[in-house]
Write a new protein. Structure first.
Length: 511
């Protein structure tokens, strides 16, 4: 089939459209004249058909020879619509338009009008803190004044404008340095995971010291530096186990966003990070009753007019927080009902989400089935992770999936599987130089399989593990792993012959 690549690109484009964008494309094409065969392709794409099905149906209803041309035209129409819509919604485009008008007016010697357009652009750039555009505006103004031999300003005013440019450049440099530090911090956390010991926490000290130096050496109080400072500090505290401090910084960040709603990005990625940070902190320390308020904020975002991929990421986060909250409090049957009520989302929408999100969705569905004792379904869900090639291998949650797989094999009595897999995980640990105490305990416990048959013998074994289990549960670095799946609760359940859900409920009641 011709144009297979282009039609697949169109499918991805349409899947990413928001409702407002789809509505705008309809309105735009309704007022166009001429042949509209390309809209037949658009309608078929909206029906979630494959590229082959679209080609076949189009050929049945229209001329086969026109398919290639219709695909190319539809691709261009979608892009044109998105650009036009962006011009109406994006403040940056509005500012650029004022600058363009100023240039046109100045070329035609309508100098006062040109300076008036520049002033409109300057006011908007100042309100919305578009410092790079503000720099362009001031430089354009100086270019105009230079062309006019500075007949409109005196030397003092000229120097003042030059000082403003220097201040903007310093502000931009400071903001960029802040953003670089935050990006490096996020990259380390994404691919190396959260700190698991004081030593690993110290490995972040270079970033922390640089960030504190930036704050100490600059007096800029704009929205952007403040936002990046709070984001950095909150992210650092969250991933080094200081959850109270993380919550405090994230709440300050949310308040900053809500006081400056005109500066929230579209889509609001940093605002989302702030809300997610509070939820992560509450989740790790087990304060599930405090989460609904912040979950409601996520649900508000999910109803916004944002790209489909972003909306799906937000919906996935809501699903994961609510599902894991039920699992960690032993409400397995309620969790199953909740999971089944989201089948449509999981099968049709979640494949659009990013790799980290998809991995977590597969992982938590595995944990659900495992907790319910449905080990065959748990293995089937886990297989979706392991057959992915290298897509998930670099993500921290992948190792947790391997640990869960060990538990499934233990429950199924496949003890021969342990030795090679545990050695493989240990090699990964040595390479990454990161290990949880929980992992060491789990490996030792699995090596004791098959477990003693008699209750008395198991209780003796539990006495050997109990002190270490208590220490792990009190360790701030271990809590993040235990909130994904409480391996210590599973160990206690197996050795004390107490239902897994009852152990989780007991732990939750102690918080």
């Amino acid at each position: 089939m011709k144009q297979a690549t282009k039609i697949n690109q169109i499918i991805l484009l349409v899947q990413s459209l928001s409702k407002a964008e789809k509505r705008y494309i309809r309105l735009y094409t309704n007022i166009q004249n001429g042949d509209k065969n390309y809209m037949l392709i658009y309608d078929l794409v909206c029906q979630d058909l494959s590229a082959e099905q679209i080609y076949t149906k189009f050929c049945n209803e229209a001329n086969e020879k026109s398919f290639e041309m219709a695909v190319k035209h539809l691709y261009q129409v979608i892009l044109d619509c998105l650009v036009l819509l962006r011009e109406k919604q994006d403040i940056q485009t509005t500012i650029f338009n004022h600058i363009t008008k100023a240039n046109i007016l100045f070329e035609r010697e309508l100098y006062n009008n040109a300076f008036s357009e520049l002033e409109k652009a300057r006011k908007l750039a100042t309100i919305y803190e578009k410092d790079t555009l503000l720099l362009l505006i001031y430089r354009t103004e100086l270019k105009y004044l230079r062309t006019l031999h500075f007949d409109r300003i005196n030397e003092k005013e000229l120097i003042s404008k030059q000082v403003q440019i220097n201040e903007i450049m310093n502000y931009t440099r400071n903001t960029n340095q802040h953003l670089q530090l935050y990006d490096i911090l996020k990259h380390r956390i994404t691919y190396k995971g959260s700190a698991r010991s004081n030593k690993q926490k110290e490995n972040l000290n270079d970033l922390v010291l640089n960030e504190l130096n930036l704050i100490a050496n600059h007096s800029y109080q704009g929205f952007e530096p403040r936002k990046l400072h709070l984001l950095f500090q909150a992210t650092y505290y969250l991933n080094t186990g200081n959850y109270k401090s993380a919550i405090r910084f994230y709440k300050e960040l949310i308040a900053l966003f809500e006081a400056n709603q005109h500066l929230i990005l579209n889509p609001p990625i940093y605002y989302l990070s702030a809300i997610e940070g509070v939820l992560d902190s509450l989740y790790v320390i087990g304060l599930y009753k405090e989460m609904p308020f912040f979950l409601s904020k996520l649900k508000e975002i999910s109803k916004g007019n944002y790209p489909t991929e972003f909306i799906i990421e937000v919906q996935a986060r809501i699903f994961l927080y609510e599902l894991s909250g039920l699992l960690n409090t032993g409400q397995f049957n309620t969790a199953k009902q909740y999971f089944e009520s989201h089948t449509d989302f999981l099968t049709k929408k979640s494949p659009i989400a990013g790799p980290d999100t998809q991995l977590k969705l597969h992982l938590y569905s595995t944990i659900l089935y495992f907790s319910l004792g449905e080990y065959t379904k748990a293995r089937k869900s886990l297989k979706k992770i392991f057959v992915s090639g290298k897509l998930y291998h670099t993500l921290p949650s992948y190792r947790i999936a391997r640990l869960i797989n060990l538990l499934i094999q233990a429950e199924l009595g496949n003890y021969d599987f342990f030795t090679n897999e545990i050695n493989s995980i240990k090699r990964t640990i040595r390479y990454e130089k990161q290990i949880y105490i929980t992992e060491k305990l789990l490996f030792r416990f699995l090596a004791a399989h098959p477990l003693p048959i008699y209750k008395r013998d198991r209780e003796k074994l539990w006495i050997q593990y109990q002190k270490e289990v208590i220490r792990i549960r009190e360790d701030k670095y271990e809590k993040r792993l235990l909130k994904i799946f409480d391996f210590t609760a599973w160990i206690e359940s197996k050795l004390t012959n107490t239902p897994f859900r009852d152990i989780l409920i007991q732990i939750q009641n102690q918080i």
